[in-house]
Design a protein. Structure first.
Length: 539
């Protein structure tokens, strides 16, 4: 390329001819414009590189004072500086970054300024200039920015696999601070349900600004699925463990990175708040309750309260109500709906009052056996969930005793066992527990008494005794003989009524001498009395 031709043809040469002294020509540039490329944010002191075809020289062909010129930058806003600032006849210049505040690719991609060479001294009006264009290179200097400072969604807790899908409103336009996540309807939280959609933008261009959603951080994050392109977050599995009874909310961080997931990273909080679903059933503390009437038949000896718990997290799903659903003949008893307290009706109707009075006045007519009712505890959730318990109302002169029986069979037939024990004890029997007999809960009966433990069971039962308790020994013998194994070991059962401490002994050695004492013959002791006693003391 011919380096001299373009400047020689420039207008500045002509101006110099008009205004300058004869024989004095203005300084001139080797190129009439210059171009360079520099990274955005380049630090102070970074040199602008002018490669081919640019020659960074200013020349003045005059001699002496007429060949001296100053070099300045115009329209530069302080971004660059040039050196040297004075030249004589010929100067190579260098331009460096002075202040990089404006070197922001996201603000502008090019910067223009002008280099001016002005003759000093008498020829001060002789000048020439060259335009410089600086192109900025984009640098990955921006992180992805989520459109919301946090994403918060409210969804119902775990339930059965559902069909409804939540729809989350998308950000209408990509501006910071716009609230986007709004759940339109309330689905059950099952696999595939959309939880939220996160969005992030990145101001950088090209790959530097290409955002992918890379992962979800936090406990139970495997229950969520994140679409790397759309930022859509869905429930990944039906066994997601989002249980309102565990926690009211679950917190995560969603990560996004530019360069398609390998560059700058940013995170945003995602909070899933759970709405309680009525998925817990009220359950009673006890399968059965025994309450004793006072002799007046108006009250119970202790407050007769049944209690059920509902483990749901919120009202009304965990609010429990009580009602009697069967056995309350003649409506004699009232169960408080909220407190669960059972009382004897005394003032609800004249007829009942009269009837109760008559019962009290005429003790002979009183049904002395226990009354059994079924009560229900239900919650106020939708739909209701409920469970039941049994209430035994026991007459004033009732005695109950919890006893353990070792019986044949593992497990034994429950109905047969109940019938056998009722015959055996003469009382009303309620079986509370049946478990394998381990052999150590009672002393071995004899040398041969241990070998068939694996065929026996321990039955824990409550026996109700009242004034009608009676043992029919013949009936008992029949029943026992029906059981071959039992009959091999048992010849006779004795019911000791008179001692006041019901103690049941099976005695195979001495059938003629029923033994009611504490040190009864150990030969065939099959029962363990003296357990915690529910006993009404009649006064
Ligand atoms: Ca950038
Ligand atoms: Ca970026
Ligand atoms: Ca419930
Ligand atoms: Ca619940």
């Amino acid at each position: 390329m011919d380096l001299h031709e373009p400047p020689a043809m420039s207008a500045t040469v002509q101006v110099a001819l008009l205004l300058g002294d004869l024989g004095n020509s203005p300084p001139y540039f080797e190129n009439d414009n210059y171009g360079s490329r520099i990274d955005e944010n380049s630090p102070q002191g970074t040199v602008l590189v002018f490669g081919d075809p640019y020659i960074t020289e200013i020349k003045d062909d005059d001699m002496g004072k007429n060949g001296i010129f100053s070099i300045t930058l115009e329209n530069n806003n302080g971004t660059f500086e040039i050196s040297p600032t004075v030249g004589e006849r010929r100067a190579s210049f260098v331009i460096r970054v002075r202040d990089n505040a404006l070197l922001d690719y996201e603000m502008r991609q090019t910067i223009y300024f002008t280099i001016v060479a002005t003759e000093v001294g008498p020829g001060g009006s002789l000048k020439s200039s060259a335009r410089v264009t600086v192109y900025l290179n984009d640098v990955n200097d921006h992180l992805p920015v989520f459109l919301q400072p946090r994403y918060e969604v409210t969804l119902p807790e775990n339930m059965t696999a559902g069909v409804t899908v939540a729809q989350v409103l998308h950000c209408p336009q990509l501006t910071a601070g716009v609230t986007v996540a709004q759940v339109l309807n309330c689905p059950q939280l099952t696999a595939g349900v959309t939880v939220a959609q996160v969005r992030a933008q990145d101001l950088d261009t090209g790959l530097f600004g290409k955002v992918h959603y890379t992962r979800i951080l936090g406990h139970l994050n495997t229950s969520l699925r994140l679409d790397s392109i759309t930022g859509l977050i869905t429930v990944s599995t039906n066994s997601h463990m989002f249980d309102r009874e565990t926690a009211p909310e679950f917190r995560f961080n969603v990560e996004a990175r530019d360069m398609e997931g390998s560059g700058n990273r940013a995170t945003v909080p995602l909070i899933i708040k759970l709405i309680d679903v009525n998925d817990e059933t009220p359950y009673f503390e006890k399968d059965q309750y025994d309450f004793f009437l006072t002799p007046s038949l108006r009250n119970f000896t202790t407050p007769a309260i049944i209690t059920a718990m509902d483990m749901d997290a919120e009202s009304p799903n965990n609010e429990v109500r009580y009602e009697i659903i069967s056995g309350n003949y003649e409506n004699n008893y009232y169960l408080h709906e909220i407190k669960g307290e059972l009382t004897v009706r005394t003032s609800h109707s004249r007829g009942k009052m009269t009837r109760i009075k008559r019962l009290i006045d005429d003790q002979e007519d009183v049904d002395r056996s226990s009354i059994t009712m079924t009560a229900r505890a239900y919650d106020l959730g939708v739909p209701h969930r409920w469970s039941t318990t049994t209430i035994h109302v026991l007459p004033p002169d009732a005695n109950t005793r919890t006893m353990m029986f070792i019986v044949n069979g593992s497990p034994p037939d429950r109905t047969q066992t109940l019938a056998m024990l009722e015959t055996l004890t003469g009382g009303q029997v309620r079986i509370k527990d049946i478990r394998p007999y381990e052999g150590h809960e009672i002393q071995p009966i004899s040398a041969s008494g241990r070998e068939d433990n694996e065929d026996r069971s321990m039955v824990v039962a409550t026996i109700l005794y009242d004034g009608t308790t009676m043992v029919d020994v013949r009936q008992l013998q029949k029943q026992l003989q029906a059981n071959v194994k039992m009959s091999e070991r048992v010849d006779k059962v004795v019911r000791c009524v008179s001692s006041g401490e019901p103690r049941l002994v099976l005695d195979s050695d001495d059938p003629g001498h029923p033994d009611c004492s504490d040190n009864s013959s150990p030969a065939s002791l099959l029962f363990m009395p003296e357990l915690p006693t529910l006993r009404h003391t009649q006064t």
